[in-house]
Design a protein around this ligand. Structure first.
Ligand code: ADP
Length: 397
């Protein structure tokens, strides 16, 4: 069975085609600048790459071109559309409406469009556009929605509630939903497999540290808490996002800077985080180079990031009443030894001891970087959200 995974953004669309017999990627690519002059599809297949430059005014035209690329003479990997057994779509926000991956029907589309757009205003309309485009060009092929937040739907009420009026939570659905759920689920399952244990026996803290970062407590295979909140602005400071901040400070800053509420949220999302602290970059490679050259603000940004992440590790060990494993994943988690070392430093009291040499060694795949006498396993696990979506899609159909 071949499964197409589609990740549609407002002006972009990434895809991967999996052969689920061996979970290999047989084609992949990305469309950029949908609806903007200069649209382009960069597609790979058959070990070759091809660049298609043509006007793509909307997602439907983009998907048509993707399907064309999938059976192109040079880079094509399929003979007919009927070889694609199903399409898995990444959707960012589920609210409380979708607790798990969901097979698309009319009712599902109605709920997606009428209820979830305001919860994910940047991402969900794009996902719906991608969905409609696929349904138009691949009628009859099962479509599955896989939500970033559904893995977090198992959080208990005491974890997901904010301290606001209960009536307002009920009326407006304002609560913690979390994000990166597909990644947290994937790496926690991979950790259990790697350790040769049943996920049900494990208490894991998964640290998805990338441009956006979130930390989750996974107890017995299910998420019991996570650091992102109503939106992906909450939790630790990130590339350009502030992370959690006292709401009164937000109002105070808005007054001082003359920003309205919407502009203030844009400021907190785009101008803050390690970029705002360092004044140099949102990219951790630049921050490390800056720190090594003696830039104190780069060092501060890195220190804050590791400190805030460490606090979530401690908090979640307390929340779960124990800790068996810490997983580092995503761009920073997989590639930045200094962050991993700083997060694990001084956590001996929890049984966490990192092996510095293993942590600094280059490598690929899953890596165990815990010291021999560490009670807690510390693993680097490359995330693979597309494969996770393909697996969920296959399981559902
Ligand atoms: P996104 O949230 O956009 O998917 P990523 O998971 O790709 O983000 O993470 C981006 C971050 O990861 C950047 O700060 C970057 O510095 C860091 N990163 C990515 N690749 C590497 C690498 N090979 N070496 C060091 N840092 C990396």
């Amino acid at each position: 069975m071949k499964i197409l995974v589609v990740n549609a953004g407002s002006s972009s669309l990434k895809y991967q085609l999996f052969d689920m017999q061996n979970e290999s990627v047989i084609a992949k690519g990305a469309v950029e600048r949908i609806g903007i002059a200069g649209s382009v599809l960069k597609a790979k297949g058959n070990g070759k790459e091809k660049v298609y430059t043509q006007d793509m005014p909307d997602h439907k035209v983009a998907i048509q071109l993707v399907l064309h690329a999938l059976h192109d003479d040079e880079i094509g990997v399929i003979k007919s559309m009927s070889e694609i057994g199903a399409v898995g779509h990444r959707v960012v926000a589920s609210g409380e409406y979708f607790k798990k991956p969901t097979l698309v029907d009319d009712e599902v589309i109605k709920t997606l469009e009428e209820k979830t757009f305001e919860l994910g205003p940047l991402h969900n309309p794009a996902a719906a556009a991608g969905l409609h485009a696929c349904m138009d060009v691949m009628p009859g092929t099962p479509m599955v929605l896989v939500f970033d937040s559904s893995f977090h739907q198992t959080m208990p009420e005491k974890a997901y509630m904010f301290g606001i009026k209960y009536e307002d939570y009920k009326a407006y659905g304002v609560r913690k939903y979390g994000a990166h759920g597909t990644s947290h689920k994937y790496v926690s399952q991979e950790a259990a497999k790697y350790l040769g244990k049943d996920a049900k026996q494990l208490k894991i803290v998964t640290c998805h540290l990338g441009n956006g970062s979130s930390i989750s407590a996974v107890d017995g295979g299910v998420c019991v808490d996570t650091s992102m909140g109503f939106t992906p602005l909450d939790g630790v400071l990130m590339g350009t996002r502030s992370g959690c901040i006292d709401a009164s400070a937000v109002e105070f800053l808005a007054r001082k800077k003359g920003l309205d509420a919407a502009k203030m949220v844009t400021y907190l999302n785009k101008e803050c985080g390690v970029l705002g602290i360092s004044g140099v970059s949102s990219d951790f490679r630049d921050l490390i180079a800056g720190m090594e050259a003696g830039n104190q603000r780069c060092k501060l940004a890195l220190d804050m990031f590791a400190y805030q992440t460490k606090k979530f590790v401690g908090a979640y060990a307390a929340a779960m009443g124990g800790l068996d494993c810490i997983v580092f994943t995503a761009g920073i988690g997989e590639n930045t030894p200094t962050v991993r070392e700083d997060v694990c430093e001084n956590l001996d009291f929890l049984g966490v001891k990192i092996d510095k040499e293993a942590n600094n060694a280059k490598g690929s795949g899953i890596r165990d970087i815990s010291a021999k006498d560490s009670k807690v396993k510390i693993l680097i696990i490359p995330t693979n959200e597309e494969l996770a979506i393909a697996r969920e899609t296959l399981a559902l159909i």
